[in-house]
Design a protein around this ligand. Structure first.
Ligand code: DND
Ligand code: ATP
Ligand code: GLN
Length: 605
């Protein structure tokens, strides 16, 4: 059987930075060539970054990507790597009349190029376009209709792109019909909890269907609300794992494969044309294989924590910043956010500000200072009382408006410091609070990035305990003071305030939210699941009424199946009331605004 040394380049690129990404690709090809790789594969859209969103609709960007792939081929050959076959994802456009979804010629392609000998040997495009969850690919791309099969050192390698694996039929079945010796898939598959398990199950099943080994290479790194976890895998034709890359870190997964010799199979399969090309017919002389790596899996808490650290670090760095500001209340949310920020950016780049008010307890101030001491972050105290008094001396605010004023003055202070000292502000809110609108607009909801945005409150405690345990296991000081973990949560906006004055206990709240938000269950289903009808109604009312706050909340990393943001899109102005057990809306209509007469006109009666 012919042998091939394959390197999967699990790399972190930046959306839009085509020149920088091309440099990164060249660096990794050099590295792979040093390891003796014959084939190097890069993830989906490695040249442009993923997802490029509406950049795909800009012809200047599409053309830049098309030019860059040709330049990359020349540059690699110029550096002496023309004999390495390089597979790269990039953005291209449809040339022919492929327009089966009714879009004009020249529409964008989520493309794959095979580069060799200074040339782009073959180009193809993703066949199945995901259009659910965070994906909007029908907005951007037209589907590809070919499956490239390239003969390299006597082996037929078929190339497919990400979603091509997730949907039945199409490229996987076509690879089998074509008699491919290896199915190589290039991916940009964002992280969510348990995705690694579904991915493994998927590649196992698809390798068996394709009847050949399958290699899967994925991006790593953060891009706005998405985090890519890598987890590149190679399985044999039975689906048994041969090699697996570590989660969340850049690197090459290099291994030697014994693959079936190229044989002529079908040239068409179910509307997909098999596009064959030959780089080299002759198998390589046999050589001693290198051992393949099998990285251990992270436990759930480690996975989520690392995803958030990665998402935060890349958001800050890729946007040209190096440091952040966080309001430290002594509570668990800001403490965990600060610990994450220290791990992501280094404590020297984290600025914690304690803003005590007249209602702040001694333990809040002590716990904030203790957190700073343990982590080594930069700490300062700015009391807000003089500003609150000055404000109230000029505008009369009472009740919740007065309470929220404290949060708003804090938010303004953090933004002021960030603006002055060139930091980004981190919002410390978690998914449970965001769900029910338990935060102050333009107060604690200000910020550039919200690391805990997709973490339910019950999981905030779990992550905090887990992070402290990791420190203990390593003989280090746990970053989060124990009292921040065990104290009852309070916004401290009025004397003795507790979150449970306004909200159900968090374990109960998170259970309901899991059904309502993640599973899209209606009130009837929630009540049938055993939740008390009045509580279901109350929680649903809070969640629905807070849509406007979520739309204005900073971005944060997706770690769950359904994160707020692109994953869950609901109208803000919304007359649907999900309150009756049967799931039918009650007769009551949304409030009709009072008629206001235009200036100068008497009200009509
Ligand atoms: N559909 C809509 N579209 C756009 N804006 C809309 C709106 N509906 C109301 N609004 C505006 O929003 C205002 C209400 O929002 P906002 O001013 O934020 O205030 P609000 O939601 O009334 O109060 C904030 C709540 O969050 C709690 N809190 C605050 C701070 C921290 C924490 C914590 O524990 O972390 C909790 C606080 O105790 C209070 O219960 C309305 O007065 C109105 O101006
Ligand atoms: N005294 C304070 N000094 C600085 N920041 C504060 C202070 N109080 C609140 N904050 C900020 O506002 C956010 C909202 O916190 P709040 O205490 O109102 O409720 P919380 O959701 O329980 O958060 P935490 O667990 O961090 O206390 C905090 O995470 C923190 O960033
Ligand atoms: N880029 C893609 O096509 C990703 C879609 C795929 N279902 C995934 O999440 O991995």
């Amino acid at each position: 059987m012919p042998q091939i040394r394959l390197a999967l380049a699990q790399l972190n690129v930046t959306v839009g930075d085509i020149a920088g990404n091309a440099d990164t690709i060249v660096r990794w090809v050099r590295h792979a060539a040093e390891q003796g790789a014959h084939v190097v594969a890069f993830p989906e859209m490695a040249l442009t970054g993923y997802p490029v969103e509406d950049l795909a609709l800009r012809s200047s960007f599409v053309e830049a990507s098309r030019t860059a792939i040709v330049d990359l081929a020349k540059r690699l050959a110029g550096e002496g790597h023309g004999d390495v076959a390089v597979i790269v994802g990039y953005l291209d456009k449809a040339e022919g009349a492929v327009d089966r979804v009714g879009r004009p010629k020249g529409s964008p392609y989520d493309a794959a190029a095979v580069i060799w000998g200074g040339e782009v040997v073959t180009r193809s495009a993703k066949h199945h376009l995901p259009n659910y969850g965070v994906f909007d690919e029908f907005r951007y791309f037209v589907p590809g209709e070919t499956l490239p099969v390239v003969r390299i050192h006597g082996v037929d390698i078929a190339v497919a792109v990400c979603e091509d694996l997730w949907q039945d039929g199409g490229p996987v079945a076509a690879a089998r019909a074509a008699g491919a010796g290896l199915l190589l898939t290039i991916n940009a598959s964002p992280y969510e909890l348990n995705k690694d398990d579904s991915r493994l199950e998927l590649v196992t099943r698809r390798a068996r269907e394709a009847m050949c080994p399958l290699a899967y290479v994925n991006l790593v790194g953060g891009q706005d609300e998405l985090v890519f976890d890598g987890d590149s895998i190679v399985v044999d034709e039975q689906g048994d794992v041969l090699a697996r890359a570590p989660q969340f870190s850049e690197g090459l997964l290099t291994l030697d494969l014994d693959l079936a010799s190229g044989a002529h199979g079908q040239d068409h399969y179910a509307g997909i044309r098999i596009d064959r090309s030959v780089i080299s017919e002759t198998p390589l002389a046999r050589y001693a294989p290198v051992p393949a790596g099998l990285a251990p899996r992270l436990e759930d808490e480690a996975e989520i924590y690392t995803a958030i650290v990665t998402g935060l670090r890349d958001y800050v760095h890729k946007n040209g910043f190096s440091s952040v500001v966080i309001g430290l209340s002594g509570g668990i949310d800001s403490a965990l956010t600060a610990a994450i920020a220290c791990d992501a950016l280094g404590a020297e780049n984290v600025n914690g500000i304690s803003n005590p008010s007249r209602y702040s307890s001694e333990h809040s101030k002590d716990d904030a200072a203790e957190l700073a001491r343990r982590t080594g972050l930069n700490y300062r105290v700015i009391a807000i009382e003089p500003m609150v008094s000055a404000f109230l001396g000029n505008v009369e605010l009472t009740g919740v408006a007065e309470e929220n004023l404290q949060a708003r003055i804090r938010g303004m202070l953090w933004m002021g410091v960030a603006n002055q000292e060139n930091h980004l502000v981190l919002a410390a809110g978690n998914k449970s609070e965001l769900a029910v609108g338990y935060s102050t607009m333009y107060g604690d909801a200000v910020g550039a990035f919200a690391p805990l945005k997709d973490v339910p409150k019950t999981y905030v405690w779990r992550l905090a305990r887990w992070r402290n345990q990791v420190a203990r296991d390593m003989g280090e000081t746990p970053p989060i003071p124990e009292s921040s973990i065990v104290k009852p949560p309070s916004a401290e906006l009025r004397p003795g305030q507790l979150d449970t004055d306004s909200l159900p206990p968090y374990d109960l709240l998170d259970d309901i939210l899991d059904d309502y938000v993640e599973q899209d269950a209606g009130s009837g289903e929630l009540i049938a699941a055993g939740f008390e009808p009045a509580l279901v109604e109350r929680v649903i009312r809070m969640v629905d009424a807070a849509e406007y706050k979520r739309r204005q909340y900073p971005p944060g990393p997706k770690i769950s199946f359904k994160a707020f943001g692109r994953d869950r899109r609901l109208p803000i102005t919304n007359g649907w009331r999900e309150t009756s057990p049967a799931g039918t809306p009650p007769a009551a209509q949304p409030p009709v605004p009072e008629k206001v007469a235009p200036p100068g006109e008497a009200p009509r009666t």
